[in-house]
Design a protein around this ligand. Structure first.
Ligand SMILES: Cc1cc2nc3c(=O)[nH]c(=O)nc-3n(C[C@H](O)[C@H](O)[C@H](O)COP(=O)(O)O)c2cc1C
Length: 386
């Protein structure tokens, strides 16, 4: 018999996930950012950019400012996040590692490290290197396997208010389905995020994410295996992501996450071989933000499911940019290595900016940079000529 699933809802018992917006006069609409604890030093190129001081509201805006801002977001199938700032898979472990420095319950959601059917030791070293504006990684999905993940972490997750979304990887449709079957119904698991940027052994190692049919079939198979909210993560390593995004949405995904890392390599210091043990790595960090923005802009116009943006978020301006091109939420990844407290601060800053603008919810910020006509196709994707 399946254990009862914990789904976070707007009215979840004991979980203050939805704050009713009330509009009344307040002295100051700005909530000061919490003091930063000492964190390990990160490479300069991935360090969060300096935070500009939040502007003081004009008197008229102060009068209109609501005291509480509704940051909740429904990403499908009853999964309501308390706020739209999540942490990205592979950059926040299983959440428990950060318990001493981050109040995890103030995050919008946690996407845990990629989880496979069997344990994986990962790729040969070196596995990471710094790049201008980011980093390359080829961790190779090192993880203890789905059984160990459930055994070690699910009880802890079940005690948290923050929804934990398990990122799932595999080498065949059967792998994905089996992992998801094991996760289905386990208390503490609020949703699934499929990492489909993995080689499909059955199709000569072609990644699921670069082919609409392969992406749709793994999505459909997983959809049949679980009622958990299902997010599917798009790869940026394709010429046109829109047919793939549509195929995934049609196959039953509740939401899309965009994007995974961009494929790249670095050359070793002696120039005799590529630097990374696996040769190829995934580029992440501020360097990929324009690519991620373009993809979110394109995808959010061709699917009806929510789109969650990922790629180079280091400050509130990045969050606002992604919302403007249609994302309903964002994930923070590489920037966490520089400052694990950043995602919580971004949620506070998003609320502050809404108060300053007299908004009771952040939703009016979504899609403001999209073409005016709701049904208009993306002109940029068609007209752009490099
Ligand atoms: C060290 C590292 C490990 C990652 N591991 C995973 C993973 O296991 N599964 C996955 O879907 N994405 C993984 N990612 C990709 C991130 O979740 C994210 O999509 C990407 O880094 C872009 O976001 P960012 O620029 O904010 O880092 C990893 C990224 C990094 C840097």
């Amino acid at each position: 018999m399946k254990a009862k699933r914990r789904v976070v809802t707007a009215s979840g018992a004991g979980a203050p996930v939805r704050r009713r917006p009330t509009v009344r006069k307040v002295k100051s609409a700005i909530v000061p950012a919490p003091p930063k604890p000492a964190v390990p030093k990160a490479p300069a190129s991935v360090a969060a950019r300096p935070q500009p001081a939040a502007p003081s509201p004009e008197p008229a805006e102060r009068d209109a400012a609501p005291t509480s801002v509704d940051l909740t977001v429904d990403i499908g199938r009853g999964l309501v996040l308390p706020n739209p700032i999540l942490v990205a898979s592979g950059t926040f472990g299983y959440g428990v590692e950060y318990g001493d420095i981050v109040d995890v319950n103030r995050l919008g959601g946690i996407c845990c490290k990629g989880t496979t059917l069997r344990p994986r030791i990962g790729n040969p070293t070196p596995r990471v290197t710094e790049t201008p504006g980011g980093m390359l990684n080829s961790i190779g999905l090192q993880n203890p396997g789905v059984g160990a993940v459930i055994e070690r972490y699910a009880d802890t997750w079940a005690g948290w208010r923050v929804p934990v979304i398990v990122n799932v990887a595999g080498e065949s449709v059967g792998d994905y389905v089996e992992v998801v079957r094991r996760l289905d119904g386990v208390p503490g698991i609020a949703g699934i995020e499929l990492n489909i940027s993995c080689p499909n052994i059955g199709r000569g190692g072609l990644q699921f994410a670069i082919d609409a049919d392969a992406a749709a079939s793994v999505t459909a198979a997983v959809r049949r295996a679980t009622d958990l909210p299902l997010l599917v993560k798009l790869s940026p390593n394709v010429a046109d992501v829109r047919p793939i995004a549509r195929a995934i949405a049609d196959a039953g995904a509740d939401a899309l996450t965009a994007v995974n890392t961009l494929s790249g390599i670095a050359v070793g210091p002696t120039r005799e071989r590529p630097l990374l043990g696996n040769i190829y790595g995934g580029l992440s960090g501020p360097a990929i933000k324009p690519v991620a923005l373009r993809i979110v802009y394109e995808v959010s116009q061709v699917v009806d499911v929510p789109v969650i943006a990922i790629g180079g978020v280091t400050e509130l301006a990045d969050v606002l940019d992604f919302l403007a091109v249609g994302a309903v939420a964002v994930q923070v990844g590489t920037a966490i290595f520089a400052d694990p407290t950043l995602p919580v601060r971004l949620a506070d800053e998003l609320a502050s900016v809404c108060r300053t603008r007299g908004l009771a919810s952040y939703r009016p910020l979504i899609g403001t940079a999209l073409p005016r006509r709701a049904s208009a196709p993306s002109s940029k994707g068609v007209e752009y000529r490099p």
